[in-house]
Design a protein around this ligand. Sequence first.
Ligand code: DSN
Length: 425
Amino acid sequence: MSSPQHIPFLEKQDSEIAAAIRGEEHRESEGLELIPSENYVSKAVLEADGSVFTNKYSEGYPGRRYYGGQDFTDIVELLAVERACKLFNCQYANVQPLSGAPANVAMYFALCEPGETILGMDLSHGGHLTHGHPVTHLSHVFNFVRYKMKDPDTGEIDFDELRETALREKPKVILAGFSAYSRNLDYSKFVEIAQEVGAITVADMAHVAGLIAGKAIPSPFDAGFDVITTTTHKTLRGPRGGMILTRESEEIAKKINKSVFPGLQGGPHMHLIAAKAVAFGEALQPNFRKYAQQILKNAKAMEAVFKKNDIRLLGGGTDNHLLLADVYGSLGVTGKEAQTALDEVGITLNMNTIADDPRKPLDPSGIRFGTPAITTRGFTEKESARVAELMVEVLRDHTNEDLKKRIREEIRELCLAHPIPESFV
Ligand code: DSN
């Protein structure tokens, strides 16, 4: 197991929280993390995250702050911005968003007036709550219209419908991005349609930022996208946080800066910005490209096992780090039953609705899983395929306690043979 975090003061002062941290370390060490939005950060990222920068207020931007004592905050924020721009090949980066949702809120308010229209992917077809789902506050402020997949079994986006909607609704922003979609997006088609209707193109690459940084999949910027929002955790393997990148328009970048602060947020979380800078430094290393490529290979290895077992995969398979399986349609086990049974054997993933799901979100038809965290552990195609085989065994016989006991043991052995690394450089 990777060495436990050094927390002597916490252990002395607050045994309950210290014990919970030890419990989580043990859970992460002896179980497999297949939630596609999770990963393990390096000890260096963790140290920056847990540093004295948590004490500091720094409203404003480097060189233009509203509080004194900014000698060192400016150093970390400037480094984070410089590294982000290098990593994603763009002119401007705002590294202050606290996470992906506030990054999207700040982006909408930077680019649109209340009541204006945003065209984004439907949640049930892979989009995200912050892309305008009716349960969000945002949906009362802006007019969100949606596009979908043409065919959930190929994952192909219905670009004819998207174009018709764009021509009719005249959106200010066309948004490409997702949290449960397994295919590459054809970014150039979004740009073509946006140019036709005069819309700004924004990609929410929260899930695939690490794959883009590692050049394993295409970047929306290469196709001419104007703006990218993202989280800095997930495949990018940094701390919890968000970021907004602007390819080249100074006018847009200025609007985004104003929208993040003072428009939406107060003091940025400088400990997280320091940790982001460290993570971007890691992602700039040549070995990060190998990591990103291996994430894809491992996902393909899992895809092959599910296909061999005739389990329906939404999108027909995967081009990225995640898979979405219709376990209810294929095996008669609900998403919730699957999640619970797999939890019992030490495999963590999440139940998920599938496109046009006949079931409800709290017990849907699907499960969503992916390979960023197991790839960080050093899994290759061989181990990934084995995990998929074990998952299928559990899914086919999810109430068999003896089977689950045996598989729990095999998962523990796999984990112990592949400890979570402490460093990536
Ligand atoms: N919660 C994240 C995910 O799991 O995809 C997105 O917000």
